[in-house]
Design a protein around this ligand. Structure first.
Ligand SMILES: [Zn+2]
Length: 195
C-alpha cells in the first residue's frame, strides 16, 4: 500500500484530447501517478487514454492546481475536469477547462460539485445590484459560477444517440445531420461511401 493513503482522492476526467496532445497528457498523468483505479500497479504507466474515463490518485493540496496548469500549458487542446476531494485539513478543489472557453476553479463538496462562498456571491450581487439578473448572469456568473465553462463541458458529458447505429456519442463530438446526430465512425463511413 502507498504511504499517501490518508490523502484525499483526486479524480481527473479527460473529456477530449488530440493526437498531438496525447503524449503530454499521458506524461502528466503518469508523473502524478494517476491510474484507472486506486489499486493499479504504479510500475505500469498509462500508454493510452479512454476519452471520458476518470483517472484517480491520492494527492495533497497543491497537486490539483499543479496538474491543471501542466495540462493547460503542455496539452492546450485538451478538455478536462479535475476534482480533489475535501479532507479534514483541506477544502475540495474543482477545476474545469475547455480550450477557447476558459478555466473555472472553485471549492467543491465531496461529490465534486462546485461551491461558491456565500460572501463572494453576496458581494458580487451587491456590486451589480442596479443591473438585471440577466446582466449579472452574462457578466459576473461566468467567473463566479463558471457558467460558460460548465455549459461547454456539458457538451462532452451529454450523450446523444447516433442516427445510423446503436452507439451514443458526446454532443460535442457528434456531427449534426438533418436535425439528428451522427457519431464520428458513421460520419467517416458516410464520407468514404460518398467519396
Ligand atoms: Zn453511428
Amino acid at each position: 500500500m502507498f504511504s499517501d493513503d490518508h490523502l484525499p482522492a483526486l479524480q481527473l476526467t479527460i473529456h477530449a484530447t488530440t493526437s498531438s496532445d496525447l503524449p503530454a497528457v499521458l506524461h502528466a498523468l503518469n508523473t502524478h501517478h494517476l491510474a484507472t483505479d486506486f489499486t493499479a500497479d504504479d510500475t505500469h504507466p498509462l500508454t493510452d487514454l479512454q476519452p471520458g474515463h476518470t483517472y484517480v490518485t491520492r494527492a495533497g493540496a497543491d497537486t490539483a492546481e499543479h496538474l491543471a496548469t501542466t495540462l493547460i500549458i503542455t496539452a492546450p487542446h485538451t478538455v478536462f475536469e479535475l476534482v480533489n476531494h475535501p479532507a479534514e485539513t483541506q477544502e475540495g478543489t474543482y477545476i474545469g477547462h475547455v480550450p477557447d472557453t476558459g478555466t473555472y476553479r472553485a471549492q467543491c463538496n465531496a461529490d465534486g460539485a462546485p461551491l461558491v462562498p456565500a460572501d463572494d456571491l453576496a458581494q458580487s450581487l451587491a456590486t451589480t445590484s442596479r443591473t438585471s439578473g440577466e446582466m449579472w448572469l452574462a457578466t459576473a456568473a461566468p467567473s463566479l459560477l463558471g457558467t460558460r465553462v460548465r455549459a461547454a463541458l456539458r457538451a462532452y458529458t451529454d450523450l446523444v444517440p447516433c442516427r445510423f447505429c446503436t452507439r451514443t456519442t458526446p454532443r460535442a463530438t457528434a456531427y449534426p445531420h438533418d436535425g439528428w446526430h451522427v457519431c464520428p465512425d458513421c460520419w467517416d463511413d458516410r464520407l468514404y461511401a460518398t467519396a
